[in-house]
Design a protein around this ligand. Sequence first.
Ligand code: ATP
Ligand code: MG
Length: 317
Amino acid sequence: MTTTLSLLTPSGRLTLGNLLGALRPMSRRQEDAYYGLSDLHAMTTTHDPDLLRSRTFEMATLLLAVGLDRATLFRQSRVPAHAELAYLLECTAYTGELNRMVQFKEKGRGVAATRVSLYTYPVLMAADILLYRPAVVPVGDDQRQHVELTRDLAVRFNRAYGEVFTVPEITTPSAGARVMDLADPTRKMSKSADAAGSIFLLDPPDVVRRKVSRAVTDSETGPSAVRPDRESKPGVTNLLEILAACGGSATGITTYGALKKAVTEAVVAELEPVQKRYGDLAADPAYVTEVYAAGAARCREVTAPVLAAAQSAIGLG
Ligand code: ATP
Ligand code: MG
């Protein structure tokens, strides 16, 4: 069994896209799995402390509500080894390679008020990964460059100071569900995007109904209008995929109105048990806190030898 690691940033509220594309696959792999809330990564741009707190708690509770209770759940900030190893890796990384990171170039380079943490974010991410020694890291296109940096840093550190880190292989995740934004079906649904096109896991049924009813489709009419065609009918294709992923069927559906009704019903049915469990868990916040405290304790235990080995090799031990 190989170690699985996944971090979610509390930069917004979890969406149906996160559920189908990430949480559902995560729930199928919980043995030797470390699932964290990367709260430190949520502070690389202007943030509001109260909002960060409430989003972190909501996300922590939702991970339990979708059934991730057999994995080790933790908050990154409660495992100080992440920040400690990140500093050692900052003493390994070059500004030249961080300057080449596409996300930094797009989001912050050249802007005076860009936080240093946005610049060093890929180094913290390298620490997040290397601490748990996963053999493979499945990674989507947007994070591939950062994981390549992780490998480069691990190799460089090992060469300079001794074999401390396991250099992870990069794999492309099996093409899972990719849910698109309802208001703009050419871009993906995202937790930090505009609320109109994203279905949040805690949206009540009437909000789901309203968002789906306003989902962008196209002007085709006729008996064959309801069919998948990602190129020319991205909105309809997205609705069909959501319907299928939520266990519904489009058999016999010929109008967009009927399709939207079926999608609404399927999504509401998918979210209902999650929202029910969320309600029960949120009523007992001490339990949620306890689960994450126990998870963080376990993370501190498994990461301590890696941090200690790195400290010793680099000259601190
Ligand atoms: P942000 O806007 O902050 O980037 P996000 O919704 O894109 O938020 P991430 O934190 O980037 O979420 O990703 C968390 C996980 O959810 C990743 O595994 C990612 O692949 C998955 N994911 C995110 N959006 C979708 C989507 N629309 N469809 C399927 N999977 C998604
Ligand atoms: Mg994203």
